[in-house]
Every structure is written in C-alpha cells, then in structure tokens.
Write a protein that binds this ligand. Structure first.
Ligand SMILES: [Fe+2]
Ligand SMILES: [Fe+2]
Length: 306
C-alpha cells in the first residue's frame, strides 16, 4: 500500500475458506443472490445475515470464483417509479410532507448503496479476501441506514416506494462494471464522498425544523459513511500501488473517462480527512472551493447525496 494511504484496520476477521464446504455457497455467491432480491426488507435482512455469517466464519468469500452476470440486476421493487432527476421536486423541510420526501430520497440512496456494495463483492474476482469482507460490512451498514430511514418514514405515514426517485446511482455502477479501479475511484471516492459534504447542511435543516429524530439518523449515517469512503480509499490506493499508478493522476483520468460528476463545494474537509483523502487531494478541493466562490452558482449533478 502507498505510504500516503490511510491506516485502516480490516473490517473483520478473514474467514477461513476451509469452512465453506460448498464453493457455490460462498459469500460472493450469496452477495449476488442478495443483490437480485427485489424486496427491500428481504434484501436488508439477507445482507445483515450474510455479513454476520462471514464474521462468524460460517461463510467464506472465494476470490477465484468467476460469476456470470444475470440479466435481472439489480433486484428492486416495482416502486418507487424511476424518473429523470430533473423531474424530482424539492420541498420545504418545514412541513412533515417535505421531510417525508427527503427521508424517502435518502432511503432510496441507501437502497442503491446496498446494491452498489453487494455488486463490488460478487463482480470483481481476484481481490484479497479482506476486500470482500469490507464491502459486505458496507452493505450491512447501508441496510441498517435503509431500515432506520424507512422506520422514520413510517412515522410520517409513508413507505419506501411512495414517491418517485432517480436511477443515477446504479448508472455509475453499470459504467464501471468492467473496472474495479474505476469503481473504487468513482463510487466510494466520488459519490459516497459527496454524501459526506451534503450531510451537514441537510442535518442542519432538519434540526432547524425541530426534527431531532431524523437529524440523529443523519449522524449515524455520516459516521458510517466516513468508514465507507475510507474503505474506498484503501482499495483504490491498493490497486494503484499494485499496478504502479500514481493515485492522483489516475483519479483525474478515470473521472474524465467515466464522466464522473464534477466535484463542487462546500466540502466537508474534516470528514474527508477522516475518510483518508490525503493533503494533496484536500488542497485541490480548497482551490476548487476558492474558484467556485468567484463564479455564479450552477445546479449540482446527481450524487449519492441527492
Ligand atoms: Fe449509507
Ligand atoms: Fe455508504
């Protein structure tokens, strides 16, 4: 690993492959089955059980298993209706209906985030076993976030599926399907990192509206998301080191090649530092934020924060 890479303890003990007598029933195969699960509650439960099984050693992830891609990815319910992001309306956080729309949008992000993490597990063969364990941990935490938001949404009299949503997040997953380096660069290090920036202003608006219960869920999510971006940074740098690539130039090249959303401030520098971005990367964001301050505001591109 690069000397500039963050220190991170592995998410979990590495399972012993000997414990998995049936190779077809390994953690990566189970991740693909969970990704295909259409029922959100069923998916969330499957993911939490899967991660628990990997932690207790009853399930192992086999790196050499090459799995064929089914045609029905990702499993998702018939609702929410997926629409163009520009058709989604923003509503005032002061009204319960407005907050329900926000909670629904966040739940949709978390549902997609479960799928994104599971996809990293089944799709990319040949990675260290700790890579699969890390992404199963992420999937389990995304499932927890989804469940917290859906429970809160129910207190507003709504369920997941009640409002339309967009499909921009799975789109980035598809674009990077053939390249684990691009996936690490553009999903955790770009989309999830953008969520670190977006969280404090959303939390502040919820608090202003007197909605402490929803604000408290945002606190849990931000804490965990720092860990997800840290995991993304860890594996991005691991892959760059293996191939002998400079991580900064490589990120810029991949962001351009895969049409990543442009980074825009305000940035959450503290969370980004905790998530493993190095001083060079943070300094680049400082200059970007300075340039933006001199330019008129533009609408933001869809990210894991939208
Ligand atoms: Fe999340
Ligand atoms: Fe995440």
């Amino acid at each position: 690993m690069n000397s500039a890479a963050p220190s991170i303890s592995s998410a979990a003990p590495v399972s012993n492959p000997e414990n998995c007598s049936n190779r077809a029933n390994c953690g990566r195969t189970a991740a693909l089955a969970a990704l295909r699960e259409a029922d959100p509650a069923g998916k969330a439960t499957a993911v939490r059980e899967l991660y628990a099984a990997v932690l207790d050693g009853s399930l192992a992830s086999h790196a050499d298993l090459e799995l064929a891609e089914p045609a029905d990815l990702p499993g998702r319910p018939a609702r929410p209706e997926l629409v163009d992001p520009r058709k989604l309306k923003r509503r005032s956080m002061q009204s319960p209906e407005g907050r329900a729309v926000l909670l629904h949008a966040l739940a949709h992000i978390e549902f997609n985030a479960i799928n994104l993490a599971l996809d990293a597990v089944w799709r990319f063969a040949g990675m260290p076993v700790a890579f699969y364990t890390d992404w199963l941990k992420v999937a389990a935490e995304e499932a927890h976030h989804f469940s917290l938001l859906v429970a809160r949404l129910a207190e507003f009299g709504h369920a997941y599926g009640d409002f339309p949503a967009h499909d921009g997040l799975w789109d980035m997953c598809e674009r990077t399907r053939a390249d684990v380096l691009a996936r690490m660069a553009l999903v955790p290090r770009t989309l999830e990192a953008r969520g670190l920036d977006a969280s404090p202003p959303i939390r502040a608006r919820l608090q202003q509206a007197g909605d402490q219960a929803s604000a408290a869920i945002l606190d849990v999510i931000l804490r965990d998301e720092i860990g997800h971006v840290l995991i993304g940074n860890r594996w991005f740098r691991h892959l760059c080191d293996e191939i002998g690539l400079d991580p900064h130039a490589t990120y810029a090249r991949l962001a351009d090649q895969y049409h990543a959303p442009k980074l825009r401030g305000p940035f959450n520098f503290e969370a980004r530092r905790d998530a493993g971005f190095d001083e060079t990367e943070l300094a680049a964001l400082v200059s970007l934020a300075g340039l933006e301050a001199e330019q008129p505001a533009r609408p933001a591109a869809p990210t894991l924060s939208d």
